[in-house]
Every structure is written in C-alpha cells, then in structure tokens.
Ligand binder design. Structure first.
Ligand code: SF4
Ligand code: SF4
Ligand code: SF4
Length: 254
C-alpha cells in the first residue's frame, strides 16, 4: 500500500516573545515522536530551512500592524489547518495592554517623536482576523495541553478547551489557596487547562489563559464566597491579560 505523505507543518511568529515556540522546541522526545507523523518544514527556532508550502500553520503572536493582517490572511489561504500557539495569538496576551489607551497615545508613549512614522493598529488575537481551527492558551503554552491538542489534530478531532476555572484544577491538586496566604489570585475567573501550573509551583494565577465564559456564574463560587470576592474586584486587580479580551471583556466588564 502506498504510504501517505506526512502533513507539512510550519511555524510563524507575529508580535510576541517567541517563548511559546521555545516551549514547543523543548518538548524533547515528544517533538522527536511528532516528526514521525509530520514534516516540520519551517521553524526558525530549531532549523534554518524554511518552506513556502505547508498544510498546518502554528501561529504565535498577536496581530498589531496592517502588514500583520495581510500576512496572516496569506498564511490562512495556504494552510489547511491553523493553530494559535499561546496567549498572544489566542487572546492578544500582554500585547492587549496597548488597547487600554487610545492608539495614538500608546504610540506616543512607546515611540515618542517617532510615533507618526510607526505603523500600529490595536492588538488583536488571530481569530479576530482569520478563522482559527485550534487554539492553545497560556503564556507560555502548557506542554501537556499542547500534546492533547496535537493528538486531536492528528486524529482530525476538535479540541475542547476547558470552560471551568483554574480553581477546579487547583482544588484537585490539593493546593493551599493563595487567598489563605493573603495573596490575590486570578484562578476564580481564569479558564482552566494548565492543571493550575503556577499555583502548584508556589505562585499565583495571573490569568494568562483568559477568562472562563460568563465568569460571574461559572467561576469557582465556593472560593469566591469563602473569601468575600467579587468577579469585578478580581478583574480590577489583574490587568496583565484581561484587557486583551477584546469585545467580550468590553461588553461584560467595562
Ligand atoms: S504567550 Fe507569552 S510566552 Fe507565548 S509568545 Fe506570547 S508573551 Fe511569549
Ligand atoms: S483562588 Fe487561586 S489559589 Fe485559590 S483555589 Fe483558586 S486557583 Fe487555587
Ligand atoms: S495558573 Fe494561571 S497564570 Fe499560571 S498557567 Fe495557569 S492560567 Fe496561566
């Protein structure tokens, strides 16, 4: 029987720190196993070759210029499957902080007297510009979740991102709540899927995976009630990621 050609995979980065691609590159044996199933044809962090033809496109980074818009549309036209890799691409990530100020003011703060010659638009997640087939949250991405998404991708199945809060995973991991230690934590309103990675390692949740759907009703109510918390209060304390939630955030919380 004739062997099917392996799908070609390419990685692209837009506005980001490339930390999510680094996570991917550091997958070790899993990355080697993946190369049995796909041909990685472009991946700047691990190889110098780059190909123009690909089937699967991994996109890291937010869309922040008119040129980015044109480029992502061209990639989408070529790719059979498009996957966002990390918070910058999936929810606009830390780049969304720019959207808190009027664009001209933000440009002035960053570029000073060169602001007028810099092309910049509001920071957008990729799905605001083109169709996204799979979205991987996190800053950076959580490798066990990347592996789950890859399995779904290769089996042609959808990947369902958890729609409950990080508190659920945190409780299952039997962590002492950060609120018990007089620290604030974004867990009650943040979408799970990272297995409460930061809290397991002695940190708090910064909300890098974005908001759960309808956090006011679906968040970990017992935590919020126990510590007298309101969704609005938590969101006011944490703006690293949640000002990048675009229209959803604007409609529900502003
Ligand atoms: S999501 Fe975080 S780690 Fe990934 S590229 Fe963006 S800033 Fe870097
Ligand atoms: S608030 Fe934070 S530390 Fe407390 S249970 Fe939720 S995720 Fe865990
Ligand atoms: S615990 Fe919070 S900040 Fe840490 S990876 Fe999970 S969602 Fe992101």
């Amino acid at each position: 029987m004739k062997k099917q050609p392996k799908p070609k995979v390419a990685f692209f980065d837009f506005t980001d720190c490339e930390g999510c691609q680094l996570q991917f590159a550091n997958m070790g044996d899993t990355l080697l196993a993946l190369t049995e199933l796909v041909d990685i044809v472009s991946f700047r962090e691990i190889m110098s070759e780059a190909a123009d033809e690909y089937d699967i496109a991994f996109i890291e980074g937010s869309i922040t210029t008119d040129n980015d818009v044109l480029r992502i549309k061209k990639i989408r036209d070529k790719a059979k499957v498009l996957i966002t890799l990390g918070a910058c691409a999936t929810i606009a990530g830390v780049n969304g902080i720019k959207n808190r100020s009027p664009l001209e003011a933000a440009k002035k703060i960053v570029y000073g007297d060169k602001a007028d010659i810099i092309s910049s638009i509001k920071a957008m997640p990729v799905h605001e510009v083109v169709k996204v087939d799979y979205a991987i949250n996190g800053c950076p991405v959580y490798i066990p979740e990347v592996v789950s998404v890859l399995k779904c991708l290769l089996m042609g199945k959808p990947y369902v991102v958890p729609n409950y809060s990080v508190c659920v995973e945190c409780k299952m991991n039997e962590n002492v709540c950060r609120y018990e230690k007089d620290q604030e934590c974004m867990g009650p309103v943040t979408r799970a899927g990272c297995n409460s990675w930061c809290i397991n390692n002695g940190n708090r949740c910064y909300g890098c995976r974005g908001l759960v759907e309808k956090p006011a009703t679906d968040a970990a109510k017992d935590i919020m009630q126990k510590y007298g918390l309101k969704v609005e209060d938590i969101l006011n304390s944490f703006t690293l990621y949640n000002d990048s939630m675009g229209e959803k955030y604007d409609q529900e919380f502003k």
